[in-house]
Each structure stands twice: as structure tokens, then as C-alpha cells.
Design a protein around this ligand. Structure first.
Ligand SMILES: Cc1cc2nc3c(=O)[nH]c(=O)nc-3n(C[C@H](O)[C@H](O)[C@H](O)COP(=O)(O)O)c2cc1C
Ligand code: SF4
Length: 438
């Protein structure tokens, strides 16, 4: 294990994670003692439009993967339209490797509840939902408990803190489908339908939940709001980079000594994150990694100094995504890792559109063949051709995301594929696992 140098330790900027280690921070008393609900009191004295402007000024960008500017999204909600408005928090967190929202909701659920109340006040919503992944039972319990505590204290319900603002907050558990993290599939699921993406336009800002104006934001996005209200836009922008402001929770997993969540200003590098995580495990050399979950193209040891912000990662040919860095070493096989991710996408494809439904089905079969030592050189062309027919031709981002590791692993690690095909690497799958691969 390597001990991080002081200059690297200084990269840690605990903002959203700062209460995680405080005893009982998930209970309202402890939360209030640590500035909890002070931002709400301040926000309720401001005009809702000024809050939207504050979020615009802060440069906050969505933490759910696409990095869309949050203030702009809130500003799209039509005002004075006579329709109910909704805030929906996307707490589905199903991307392989991603683990930032669940720990936040488990350790500090009130920061999300407080953010929900402020955001709802800003967009003039009187009903909000947190759509949480069904398997996340413990986090859901903590959240429901936080909602009940906030209600009992007058932070939720009717006439909040005597201001005349009403808000009902519902914690809704999904049934555990990755596609229900896609915002329009989430809305269908919340309405009681099968979770499948909707055709856009119209967009949720005008026709969202129950065909009414709706903001859908990630957990980390909404939990950032109280800090911005208290600290101000300039303070928020003092962290991160010019176009990617603020701190970000990076979740590190894989071949490092201390996996976990590390909150740093956007723009930290993987080299620094690995140092913070105690270095690579003994005997392991970094070989490939995902900057933002399995839907983002793989990067390699050449990219250790890429700034992990929206622009830096894009310039390196990948996507910042959910800042889930999964770290693989020289003892891991990029072909097998890609196959395992594809199994996931194949399983989670909702089946609505042909490129994703059929393409992932076939690609899994081609990978099984290659990994069983029965692949051909043409299989590599078939994989690239299939990706070409999925990327940009699928109905939603799940299809596009499935192609990321296929094309990037072929770009950087074609030799590994050839070693299976030409018999230099021993097969990883047996003939028994080949059923349906031809
Ligand atoms: C297949 C798929 C799964 C997604 N899963 C999530 C998720 O679990 N959580 C999330 O916040 N966003 C997820 N997204 C992105 C959402 O559609 C949406 O962009 C996001 O919730 C917007 O919030 P933000 O602006 O705060 O980032 C997913 C997108 C796709 C295509
Ligand atoms: S891309 Fe996949 S998950 Fe998305 S709509 Fe098409 S079949 Fe469903």
C-alpha cells in the first residue's frame, strides 16, 4: 500500500461526503447539528426564480451521466401554466461499477431530502418522488425514515416553516431494471407501466410525469443544491474546472488497495485517485479502466493523467459518465471483461428496438465463441459491424452504451482477441457454455 502524498491528499474535497463518517448523521438531530436544513430556511426566503438563477450561476451539471446543466433544465419548466409540476429524483443507480448515490442516501439521506424541498420550491412543484432501485432496501429504509423525520419537524407537508409552500415527497422503490434509470422509462414505470423509454420530443420538461412539466435529476445533483444555497455559486465554482464546476464523488473499484468513494474537484486524474486509494494491489499493473461505468469507452495506462471532467474525458475519446472508475490490471482480460458487460446489456435490454435487442443477443454469442477458442477473424468484423448498427440507431442510450467496451477494447486490445482466435490464449469458456453461440 502506498501512502498518498500531502499534495495528493489535498485533492480530496469532502462536500457531499463530509457527514458520512459522523455518528448517526442519517438522523435528523445529528443532521441539524451539522448545518442541516439551514439551506432550506435560507432558500425559502428567496424568490424561486432567484434560486434557479443561483443554480445556473454555479454551473452545476447533472451527476447522472450526461452532465446537462441543472439550472437550464429547471428553467425549462413553464411557469403559470396551471398544471401540476413534479420533481423526480433518479435514484436507480444501475450502471455496473457505479456506487455513489446509494452510499449518499444511506449515510446522509437528509441532504437529499433537503435538496428535494429546495428544488421543488424553485420549480414550483408540490409533489416530488425519489425513484430508488428496488434492491436498495437499506437505503430506501433510511430515506423513508428521513422523510418521516422531516415531515414531523415541519420541513415537509403543508405550509412548510410557515411559508405557505406545500410539498409531499414519496419514496418509490422500483423493481430493479437498469432501463428504469433512463429518465423516460423511469417515468413510465412510476406511472405503473412497463419501464420502457418514451419517444422524445415532447420532453419531460413539458410532458413528463402524468403528461405534466417534470424535472428528472440524479441524486448527486439534487444533494448538491443545499451546499450551493449555503456556500454560493462562486464557492462552488472554486472547485472543479471552468466548464465542469464543483466536487464529484468518484467511485473506485477493482485492483486497488482501498476501493470506495473519493470526493474531489472535477478534473482530478486517475493517477491521483489511485494514489488516494492506496495504490494498485501488490503485483498488479494498471492495464485498462472505465472512467464512468461500463457504458463509457475503456481507457488505458496511457490515460492516467487525463483530467476527469466532462471535457477532459471527451477529449481522450471516452465519457465521464457516472465517474465510476473500474480498474483492471495486467492479470485481467479485456475480452472477458467486455463479454461480461455485454451479458449485462443483453439481459437488461428492454426489447423495444431492434438494434439493441438483436445486436446484443448476437454479440454475446460471438464473444462466447471467441472465448471458447472457436472464434474466427471474421467475428471481429461482425462485432464492429454490429456496433455500427447499434450506435446512433438505438432508441435510447442503453444500446449506445453497450457498444462502448466492444469498440474500445478492439481499438486498444485487438491482440488479445487474436490470441484467443489463433490459439495462443487458453479458452476461458467450455463447450458447455457455448450453447447457442453458432
Ligand atoms: C440505460 C440508462 C440508465 C440510466 N440510469 C441512470 C441512473 O441510474 N441514475 C441517473 O441519475 N441517471 C441515469 N441515466 C440518465 C438519465 O436518463 C438522466 O439523464 C438523468 O437522470 C438526468 O439527471 P441529471 O441531469 O441530474 O444528471 C440513465 C440513462 C440510460 C440511458
Ligand atoms: S436501446 Fe435497448 S433498452 Fe433502449 S429502447 Fe432500445 S431495446 Fe430498449
Amino acid at each position: 500500500m502506498t501512502t498518498p502524498r500531502p499534495e495528493t491528499l489535498a485533492k480530496l474535497t469532502p462536500v457531499l461526503t463530509r457527514r458520512w463518517l459522523s455518528p448517526d448523521a442519517w438522523r435528523i438531530g445529528a443532521y441539524e447539528n451539522l448545518d442541516g436544513y439551514a439551506a432550506l430556511r435560507k432558500a425559502l426566503k428567496a424568490h424561486p426564480d432567484d434560486l434557479i438563477q443561483l443554480i445556473k450561476d454555479s454551473g452545476l451539471r447533472g451527476r447522472g451521466g450526461a452532465g446537462f446543466p441543472t439550472g437550464l433544465k429547471w428553467g425549462f419548466i413553464p411557469q403559470g401554466d396551471g398544471k401540476p409540476h413534479y420533481l423526480v429524483v433518479n435514484a436507480d443507480e444501475g450502471e455496473p461499477g457505479t456506487c455513489k448515490d446509494l452510499p449518499l442516501m444511506t449515510h446522509d439521506p437528509h441532504s437529499l431530502v433537503e435538496g428535494v424541498i429546495i428544488a421543488s420550491y424553485a420549480i414550483r412543484a408540490s409533489r416530488a418522488y425519489i425513484y430508488i432501485r428496488g434492491e436498495a432496501v437499506h437505503a430506501a429504509r433510511r430515506l423513508r425514515n428521513a422523510v418521516a423525520e422531516a415531515q414531523a419537524k415541519g420541513y415537509l407537508g403543508r405550509n412548510i416553516l410557515g411559508t405557505g409552500f406545500d410539498l409531499e415527497l414519496v419514496v418509490h422503490s422500483g423493481a430493479g431494471a437498469y432501463i428504469c434509470g433512463e429518465e423516460t422509462a423511469l417515468l413510465d414505470s412510476l406511472e405503473g407501466f412497463r419501464g420502457q423509454p418514451r419517444l422524445r420530443p415532447p420532453f419531460p420538461a413539458t410532458h413528463g410525469l402524468y403528461a405534466s412539466p417534470t424535472v428528472v435529476n440524479n441524486v448527486g445533483t439534487i444533494a448538491s443544491v443545499p451546499y450551493i444555497v449555503l456556500g454560493g455559486a462562486d464557492w462552488w465554482k472554486s472547485m472543479g474546472t471552468e466548464k465542469s464546476s464543483g466536487p464529484m464523488i468518484y467511485s473506485l473499484s477493482g485492483r486497488i488497495v482501498n476501493p470506495g468513494q473519493f470526493e474531489c474537484g472535477l478534473g482530478v486524474t486517475l493517477r491521483e485517485l489511485i494514489e488516494l486509494a492506496g495504490g494498485m494491489q501488490p503485483g498488479h499493473q494498471l492495464r485498462f479502466w472505465t472512467p464512468g461505468g461500463s457504458s463509457t469507452p475503456l481507457l488505458t495506462a496511457e490515460h492516467l493523467d487525463v483530467p476527469l471532467d466532462f471535457e477532459g474525458v471527451a477529449a481522450a475519446g471516452s465519457i465521464l459518465g457516472t465517474t465510476a472508475t473500474q480498474i483492471f490490471s495486467d492479470q485481467d482480460c479485456p475480452v472477458y471483461a467486455t463479454y461480461r458487460w455485454l451479458e449485462f446489456y443483453h439481459h437488461e435490454s428492454c426489447g423495444k428496438c431492434t438494434p439493441c435487442r438483436e445486436g446484443n443477443y448476437w454479440m454475446v454469442r460471438v464473444y462466447r465463441r471467441i472465448l471458447a477458442g472457436q472464434g474466427t477473424h471474421e467475428d471481429l468484423d461482425t462485432l464492429l459491424d454490429t456496433c455500427d448498427n447499434i450506435l446512433g440507431r438505438s432508441f435510447c442510450g442503453l444500446g449506445d452504451g453497450a457498444t462502448s467496451s466492444v469498440t474500445s477494447s478492439l481499438q486498444y486490445f485487438k491482440q488479445d482477441y487474436l490470441d484467443y482466435i489463433e490459439g495462443r490464449t487458453a479458452p476461458k469458456l467450455s463447450d458447455k457454455q457455448l450453447v447457442g453461440a453458432h
